[in-house]
Design a protein around this ligand. Structure first.
Ligand code: CP
Length: 316
């Protein structure tokens, strides 16, 4: 389905947003259209108070720049308030159960819970026991809001999503997993080039293949040829800082000008950030004319607002 032929209703019916595998194409489009409408309002200083009287809990297990700031600012702009809860400062750090925490948060007048850096199984456990919407702000297996923001950015830049090709180079991590699910659901082809042993999980690849074209290869040129979007992420995620072997294997998967030259002439470069110039991407690419990384990062704000507005809408 072509996004420009879709008529948005600005509604979502599910309670939680945990991973893109659970969303239909129409639900992804609802989020993208809502983000677009909120961005238009933001640009002219007309933020509708869609979260007035509502408080969102941000329960974070690791450091964050974009996710934390875009949620905090997005909630303020929509007239709501938030509680920032570092996981280590709650009783979760001393072994209190997810069930007890999730049930209690739902009893205190909180309208939604954003989780960051829990495992996917823990995130799902929160959602099972929570009376309020649970949003996955990153887990070991998925980064759904990042990829919704990425799809929104591609739509803005290219004017469509249908039949585009995205090539992801590097570690087959949570972002790569969500790109597979997000791209295939909106009819974009996705090609992932990773060294042996660092491809996305087979179960995600098989699931993505049910919806669209997924290529998994260790050959950068094969992945990037004909791509409209070239994407990468950090080689070493936050819990893997001492993994020297991984860094060594990924070293030749850097996105350079030579890699960009294999893509279409009007291809764009994307990175979910934080970025390490000289590791996964050269400075001339991320700071060059094809890079859209700051638009991508800005759009985290508009997608987060869309997710909160739709999931806390009582008409749901
Ligand atoms: N892309 C992303 O999630 O950024 P942060 O780690 O800064 O939140």
């Amino acid at each position: 389905m072509d996004i420009d032929k879709y008529s948005p209703k600005y509604r979502l019916h599910q309670k939680d947003l945990l991973c893109l595998a659970e969303l239909t194409t129409e639900e992804i489009f609802e989020l993208l259209y809502t983000a677009r409408a909120l961005k238009k309002r933001f640009r002219v200083g007309e933020n509708k108070p869609m979260l007035r009287g509502k408080t969102v809990a941000l329960l974070f297990g690791n450091a964050s720049t974009r996710t934390r700031i875009t949620f905090e600012m997005g909630i303020r702009q929509l007239g709501g308030s938030y509680l920032f809860l570092p996981k280590n400062e709650t009783q979760l750090a001393r072994g209190e159960s997810i069930k007890d925490t999730a049930v209690m948060l739902g009893r205190y007048g909180i309208s939604a819970l954003v989780l960051r850096a829990f495992t996917m199984a823990q995130t799902e456990e929160f959602a099972r026991h929570s009376a309020i919407p649970v949003i996955n702000g990153i887990s070991d297996e998925a980064h759904p809001l990042q990829v919704l923001s990425d799809l929104f950015t591609v739509w803005e830049q290219k004017g469509r999503l249908d039949s585009l090709k995205l090539a992801y180079i590097g570690d087959g991590n949570n972002v790569a997993n969500s790109l597979i699910m997000g791209c295939t659901k909106v009819n974009m082809d996705v090609a992932i080039a990773s060294p042996h042993g660092y491809s996305p999980s087979q179960s995600i690849v098989e699931r993505g293949m049910q919806f669209g074209n997924v290529l998994i290869t260790d050959d950068i040129a094969e992945a990037v040829r004909g791509a409209d979007v070239v994407y990468t992420d950090v080689f070493i995620s936050m819990s893997e800082e001492n993994d020297k072997e991984k860094k060594k294997k990924l070293a030749r998967y850097r996105v350079t000008q030579d890699v960009m030259a294999l893509a279409k002439p009007d291809a764009v470069f994307m990175h979910c950030m934080p970025a390490h110039r000289g590791e996964e991407v050269s400075a001339e690419v991320i700071d060059g004319r094809q890079s859209i990384v700051y638009d991508q990062a800005e759009n985290r704000l508009h997608i987060n607002k869309a997710a909160l507005a739709l999931l806390t809408d009582r008409r749901r």
